[in-house]
Design a protein around this ligand. Sequence first.
Ligand code: 5GP
Length: 192
Amino acid sequence: MSEGKLVIFSAPSGAGKTTIVSHLLTLGLNFGFSISATTRKPRGTEQNGKEYYFLSVEEFKNKIDQGEFLEWEEVYPGCFYGTLKSEVERISKNGQNILFDIDVVGGSNIKKYYGDKALAVFVQAPSIEELKNRLIIRSTDHLEVIQQRIAKAEHEMSFVNLFDIVIVNDKLEDALLEAEQKVIQFLEKNSD
Ligand code: 5GP
């Protein structure tokens, strides 16, 4: 389906992958960001069609029934997230590489589907304790949501073996540099 290369970033929430993904988008590596659909409410300054396509549960379920998703997950109870096939097509048609910021299940599924065309990167926080601190400092979510995310993070760690590489986000500058190097290496290798 895709003509370009795919780079997938997955991680437990709060590991810092969104910061890394945003950084990679500024480097002129010809990436299009795969804008996912979600049923969660926008946070902060998030806009429809920029960070996500914000849908109602009904709209999301209609798209599932119509076979419009490449993959989708109920990432949190009642909260759906998915990659639209139309999104992958849109970016491919632009002649761009595709950058995904998705959960570990979706990420490992896309990796399985695309094989060597995809680089799957697992971003890990140094510890669960640190993850907890980061989610609390960000504090854009209610405490109940934060607790849900921490419990889930522990389970998500077990998917790490399905990924090509692991980046431990201890110091952000180091993680950004490592991500940059690994992604450039992958893009160059595959374009031979
Ligand atoms: P957040 O609500 O913090 O933006 O995202 C919650 C989780 O859902 C993150 O791990 C994020 O990467 C993941 N996610 C975002 N888009 C998708 C998607 O299209 N598919 C799947 N499976 N997960 C997604």
